[in-house]
Design a protein around this ligand. Structure first.
Ligand SMILES: [Fe+2]
Ligand SMILES: [Fe+2]
Length: 291
């Protein structure tokens, strides 16, 4: 059964233009899918902490306990930090939270800057702690359907080469060796709305938002109507930004909502290239997609 309507609410973004809501470096998007006999809710990413997701969902009247599944775009703290808050909510009412993500979810994640400062940017909780609160993990590399015509996209085929933009990211092997990390866990979610096409959401898009959109089109086999999320594009060459926009055009994209880590330079260029199709994302932004 295909959703005839999807309502997306940005619960956490770096920016907010709505008074009374919090901005936080991170991302969380609530997705409501309307089919003929039910409404299903899922959550894509959880923000950085319990602060913004709690405050903003309360103010916006979003019931986090009604979500069926949390899908995590990748293991960085600004997408996974709110997970414990949600797990505890489920635990308190004796139910079980299902989390879909990549097998690298608990792998160490470091960012080492040019002046050799090292930051731990991985998920801030152990698997054991989250499981103590009844959380059940489905960790997969392959795409997985998580709701009606809604897909966790799995490891992304990197047709546009984005390898130079993951420099500085490292992981630690089981042997203890520090090695470069191209963030293979980075992915997105795609949902298909009847008569409209596919909506694609990226978290940080370290795997390239163009690659995520291409994979979404392959999996849903539909025109891509809209792309949103954090695009992590500030270091992109102008050529790669233009190539991304060209791929969006080829896929039939009509709206691009850029937020979180997209970066001010990239946002300005995307705005110039996309014109009216470009919209800046913010905490509290609500989008209704229907035919
Ligand atoms: Fe991020
Ligand atoms: Fe990230």
């Amino acid at each position: 059964m295909r959703p005839y309507k999807a309502v997306l609410t940005v619960l956490v973004d770096d920016y907010t233009s709505t008074s009374g809501l919090l901005g936080e470096h991170g991302l969380s998007i609530h997705i409501e899918l309307y089919t003929d006999n039910r409404i299903e809710s899922i959550l894509f990413d959880t923000g950085q902490s319990d602060k913004a997701i709690k405050h903003n969902s309360d103010v916006l009247g979003i019931d986090l306990e009604s979500i069926k599944t949390v899908v995590l775009s990748h293991r960085h703290y600004d997408h996974t930090g709110g997970l414990l808050y949600i797990a505890k909510k489920f635990y308190d009412r004796n139910s079980r939270l299902i989390v879909v993500s990549h097998p690298w979810l608990f792998k160490p994640s470091l960012y080492i800057s040019e002046n050799r400062q090292s930051l731990d940017i991985g998920i801030p909780y152990t698997r054991q702690l989250l499981e103590n609160y009844n959380t059940r993990f489905i960790l997969v590399r392959a795409p997985l359907q998580v709701a009606p015509r809604t897909f966790y996209l799995g490891e992304i085929r990197r047709e546009l080469d984005v390898s130079k933009y993951t420099q500085g990211f490292y992981t630690v092997l089981d042997t203890g060796e520090l090695v470069p990390d191209n963030i293979p866990d980075d992915t997105g979610i795609a949902l298909e709305v009847e008569g409209l096409g596919t909506i694609v959401i990226g978290g940080c898009s370290h795997s390239g938002i163009a690659n995520i959109a291409l994979q979404a089109a392959r999996i849903t086999n539909k025109r891509v109507h809209a792309v949103l999320g954090g695009f992590h594009m500030n270091k992109y060459s102008l050529e790669d930004i233009k190539e991304t926009v060209r791929i969006f055009r080829d896929l039939g994209v009509e709206k691009v909502y850029a937020g979180h880590c997209t970066g001010p330079r990239a946002e300005r260029i995307l705005g110039e290239l996309l014109g009216e199709k470009y919209v800046k994302m913010y905490s509290g932004m609500k989008l209704v997609f229907s035919q």
